[in-house]
Design a protein around this ligand. Structure first.
Ligand code: GRF
Length: 189
């Protein structure tokens, strides 16, 4: 059984999508949802699907408590699905090439500090970009600079608001993220 551990800070639509995708998969299981935000809607979504949750603060993330909890679960893959804090180097080093992230833009553009959620889509609209997309990548100590796994693009010339762009990007995320996870855990022989 391959084990996925999810990290999220917000609404958790990607977390819920991934849980549902693997719900009846007897080779892959979502073993937990960890969050830095006690108010995050993702926690309720996890509980609805009977997935154990953990909420932690910055000290617990940076001083070994969260790493100890991860080690208890022994995940095969750690998936950041809208997690807004930087993963400490200690955790990245304990799980080399086992942590992936999804970014709602075509890195390296529109990445780095402050580039998350609506900020990304607002900037892309202001810059009159004709397309945007998603980047799924490995997480290294430099965060958004890990090796790319998949990029998908979508045309946004018809979009008038950041919300419209976000909706198109979320569609890509929900279509491709679970498939990328499945391919990493059980490469098609
Ligand atoms: C997604 O846009 C994802 O690309 C980014 O954070 C957002 C999470 O959305 N990393 P949700 O909480 O999964 O709805």
């Amino acid at each position: 059984m391959k084990k996925i551990l999810l990290f999220a800070s917000g609404a958790g639509s990607n977390v819920e999508n991934i849980i549902q995708y693997f719900k009846n998969n007897n080779e892959v299981a979502v073993v937990g949802v960890f969050s830095n935000n006690p108010e995050a809607k993702v926690l309720e979504k996890a509980q609805v699907h009977h997935v154990p949750t953990l909420v932690f603060n910055r000290a617990e993330l940076n001083e070994g408590f969260v790493l100890a909890k991860i080690n208890e679960l022994q995940p095969d893959l750690i998936v950041l699905a809208g997690f807004l804090w930087k993963m400490p180097e200690e955790i990245v080093h304990h799980y080399p090439n086992k942590i992936i992230n999804i970014h709602p833009a075509l890195l390296p553009k529109y990445g780095g500090k402050g580039m998350y959620g609506m900020n990304v889509h607002k900037t892309i609209l202001e810059n009159k970009e004709h397309e945007t997309g998603i980047t799924i990548h490995y997480v290294n100590e430099h965060y958004d600079e890990g090796e790319f796994i998949l990029q998908q693009t979508v045309n946004i010339e018809s979009c008038q608001t950041p919300e419209e762009i976000a909706a198109k990007v979320h569609e890509l995320e929900h279509e491709f993220f679970p498939k990328v996870i499945e391919q990493i855990l059980n490469p098609k022989s």
